[in-house]
Design a binder for this molecule. Structure first.
Ligand SMILES: *Cc1c(COP(=O)(O)O)cnc(C)c1O
Length: 366
């Protein structure tokens, strides 16, 4: 927490606005709008809810195709299943770790040929790095397919000077406990299209029609953020830039401590982007270092240090066994999973603690 969150939560108590309505919700939405420069925003109970509503608004339904980044957390893809649609997974490129324009184009060619263009494309900005939005949007525009930008991990990042999350037809942010800022649980759906966000708000509040009585003409959800949680969000927005600086400093310190070692390669930061470095991630070359990612994770765990492999790609998940997958020449998502490591990146970590992590890694590999 940054320090002021409790004041806003107290305000909710003092004014007795405990419901998913109230000043904190409105203010939190305004903050996200002014911070990212987006036209409209609606606060939700989670990022997953945001993706669900976004796909619903784009008309995704039973047996429709939705393209989605393979290298991601499962929340990017689960809402495709909620709607009865079929995900088709797309590989990453090795520089951005995000959706490969090459693989996306290949998938489009095949599905156009089949006469089965996707209803939407979910593009993820992994670990705080923006995907190649210019190239990806050009391809999606060419085929006339709308983009949902999953910016759950990339709040505060930029691509060509523009804030991450503002490129797709709809974008979503997450304020889950592990994200760069948190409301304990929460999310936001954003768009330049004010009408779409009005529809999102309606969907998130059980799709109630305008009437004195309770009338409903379409399916809805109970997905609105509470005014208490939004109070936490208001305080967190005040420290977001500080958090990005801290995360970037943590990353730089890891690079200083480990970057010179042959066989270790840190996640790149693409030109003309600002990477919020939500998690410090790297790949290892096992043939040079004589250890695997799991050896490092297990060694660190002995000292109560929590490290993790990179997200396991969706096309390798049992749940999605039967789904189609388009890769580049090589399966990059698989490579990044098999060789990628996420290091402790919490902003509360002291420099001494971080040096301890660096020393324990060196102890194992050098
Ligand atoms: C966390 C996360 C989500 C889901 O956000 P929740 O608020 O936890 O529902 C979606 N996509 C990615 C890439 C995430 O990391």
């Amino acid at each position: 927490m940054g320090g002021t969150e409790e004041n806003y939560v107290k305000e909710a108590f003092d004014t007795n606005w405990i419901a998913p309505l109230g000043n904190n919700v409105n203010e939190f939405e305004s903050q996200i709008k002014s911070y990212t420069g987006i036209g409209s925003a609606c606060a939700l109970s989670s990022g997953t809810a945001g993706i669900h509503i976004a796909l619903d608004l784009l008309g995704v339904g039973q047996d429709d195709i939705v393209f989605c980044s393979s290298l991601t957390f499962i929340a990017s893809a689960n809402p495709i299943l909620y709607l009865g649609a079929k995900p088709v997974f797309i590989d990453s490129d090795l520089e951005s770790w995000n959706m490969s324009p090459l693989a996306l184009e290949r998938a489009f060619e095949v599905y156009k040929e089949k006469g089965q263009l996707p209803k939407a494309v979910v593009i993820v900005n992994l670990y705080g790095q923006s995907a190649r939005m210019d190239e990806l949007m050009t391809i999606c525009d060419k085929y006339g397919v709308a983009v949902v930008e999953d910016a759950a991990e990339s709040l505060g990042s930029k691509y060509n000077g523009k804030m991450s999350g503002t490129f797709g037809k709809l974008g979503i942010f997450s304020f889950n406990g592990n994200k760069i800022i948190t409301t304990s649980g929460g999310g936001m759906i954003v768009s330049e299209d004010e009408e779409l966000i009005k529809k999102a708000l309606k969907k998130a509040t059980q799709s109630r029609d305008q009437a004195v009585h309770y009338q409903h003409s379409e399916v809805g959800y109970n997905y609105r953020l509470s005014n208490i949680s939004a109070g936490i969000g208001r305080g967190q927005m005040e420290v977001l830039d500080k958090r990005v600086d801290q995360k970037r400093a943590i990353f730089d310190r890891y690079v200083e401590g480990l970057g010179y070692i042959e066989g270790i390669e840190f996640m790149p930061e693409m030109e003309d982007t600002l990477h919020n470095r939500w998690l410090s991630t790297l790949t290892i070359d096992s043939s040079k270092l004589n250890v695997t990612v799991n050896d490092i994770v297990e060694h660190l765990a002995e000292f109560n240090i929590e490290a993790r492999p990179v997200w396991k790609p969706m096309h390798m998940q049992p749940l999605f066994e039967d789904c189609d997958y388009y890769s580049e020449e090589n399966d990059n998502a698989r490579y990044l999973f098999e060789n990628g490591l996420c290091l402790p990146s919490d902003t509360k970590m002291t420099e001494d603690e971080q040096d301890f992590v660096i020393d324990k890694i060196k102890e194992l590999i050098l």
